[in-house]
Design a protein around this ligand. Structure first.
Ligand code: CAA
Length: 389
């Protein structure tokens, strides 16, 4: 099923690699340690077209396919996952969600600035009491005729303090359960939107993660996405694509950790030879590489299914669960290969190990991905390969 990358896809990968190694890498340790938001780097990513990669050029986007997006995510994530999560949320949750399900007026109003990086978006689904169980929304959006009144609290919101719009998921009719949930585009400078303190995190420390409070926010009806009650399906569909982006991030973390480990293992000597010549290290590198290539196949397969207009819900869950576990394993082994040097910031692998953990949690935990996969294989009663091809 997989074919070689096209010339365009290769050049996107090359451009992202160049940006990651030359622009992101020099300041990444300091930004991570001090939790400095990568403002200038995000501006440059916007100018280079990395923030609206799949958006139609008529809205100012780069008009690329999902494989190109995955290639860019991998290269950026080898170095700076605070930047790559911003790229992922803006591209696959916010831009794709608005472009695929928004009205013409919403697309015209919001996509050009989002695609150019002049404005960043956030996706607000998780709540203090609703993480994996996403239908249990406590945030309410009550219909008032020509507008809704929004009240509630959202947790762990990536781009929370730096975004111009939020896509907010809220319950409008509790009696209808998930069919009463709506999705809204909320401008962050509207009255009643409050950004809470920035989270101090284990990894992706320079990304901007906040609690957000909505207090009697007046949301015009034209800012609802889709029909009344479409909000939960909107969230699920958007997350299916988002999970491909996070899977690509995990692939990048693993591949970046392996690149650093190979370079170190060739340079570092022990017992009279480079450490890669010792089986203990050589076999580790082999296992790391094998997990990465398996993850890559799943990530590319999910992206390809999406580009071909086929169902990719299960493929994206498989890609995310496998790639994120590979990222955790490979980055932990990378620290081990580096020995004492791996435990200090200067060698980059400890940061990749800390960053890897979030890929098993956000946009659906590994447990939720397994739930999606198990339900799908039982429902279809077929092996995945038969379903996909
Ligand atoms: N596409 C379309 N519709 C879907 C769907 C999909 N992929 N998945 C489910 N649905 C529909 C179902 O068909 C059903 O609709 P009907 O009743 O009309 O048929 C409805 O949604 C409810 O589905 P379920 O009965 O399966 O709901 P559930 O409560 O049993 O489970 C779940 C759903 C898969 C567990 C879901 O709650 C889920 O994905 N949870 C994880 C949430 C998540 O990923 N959060 C991440 C936060 S965002 C983030 O991290 C962003 C960031 O900042 C980086």
């Amino acid at each position: 099923m997989l074919t070689a990358l096209t010339e365009e896809q290769r050049s996107v990968k090359e451009a992202a690699r160049d940006f990651a190694q030359n622009v992101l890498k020099p300041g990444v340790i300091e930004r991570d340690s001090k939790m400095i938001y990568p403002k200038d780097e995000v501006r440059q990513l916007g100018e280079l077209g990395f923030l609206g990669m799949m958006v139609d050029p008529k809205y100012g986007g780069s008009g690329m396919d999902t494989i190109s997006y995955v290639c860019a995510m991998e290269e950026l994530s080898k170095v700076d996952n605070s930047c790559s999560v911003i790229v992922s949320v803006n591209n696959s949750l916010v831009c794709w969600g608005i472009e695929t399900f928004g009205s013409d007026a919403q697309k015209e109003k919001y996509l050009p600035d989002l695609a150019a990086g002049k404005m960043i978006g956030a996706f607000c689904l998780s709540e203090p009491e609703a993480g994996s169980d996403a239908t249990s929304q406590s945030t309410t959006a009550i219909d008032q005729g020509d507008h809704y009144i929004l009240n509630g609290t959202k947790n762990w919101i990536t781009n929370g303090g730096t975004s111009g719009i939020h896509l907010v998921i809220a319950q409008s009719d509790v009696d209808k359960g998930h069919r009463g949930i709506n999705a809204f585009i909320v401008e962050t400078d509207w009255d009643g939107v409050t950004v809470g303190a920035k989270e101090d995190k284990l990894g992706i420390r320079s990304s901007d993660t906040h609690t957000i409070m909505y207090n009697d926010v007046k949301v015009p009806k034209e800012n609802r996405i889709g029909e009344d009650g479409f909000g939960f399906k909107f969230a699920m569909k958007v997350l299916s694509g988002g999970r491909i982006g996070i899977a690509a991030q995990a692939l990048g973390i693993a591949a970046g950790a392996l690149e650093l480990s190979i370079a170190y293992a060739k340079e570092r000597e022990a017992f009279g030879k480079p450490i890669y010549k010792h089986q203990a290290i050589g076999f580790k590198l082999a296992d790391m590489a094998t997990q990465i290539e398996a993850a890559r196949l799943l990530v590319y397969q999910a992206a390809l299914l999406k580009d071909q207009g086929k169902n990719y819900d299960m493929a994206s869950s498989m890609a995310k669960v496998f790639a994120s576990e590979a990222a955790m394993n490979v980055s932990t082994e990378a620290v081990q290969v580096h020995g004492g040097y791996g435990f200090v910031k200067e060698y980059h692998v400890e940061r990749l190990m800390r960053d890897a953990k979030i890929t098993q949690i956000y946009e659906g935990t590994s447990e939720i991905q397994r739930l999606v996969i198990s339900r799908e294989i039982v429902k279809k009663g077929k092996l995945y390969a038969e379903i996909a091809y």
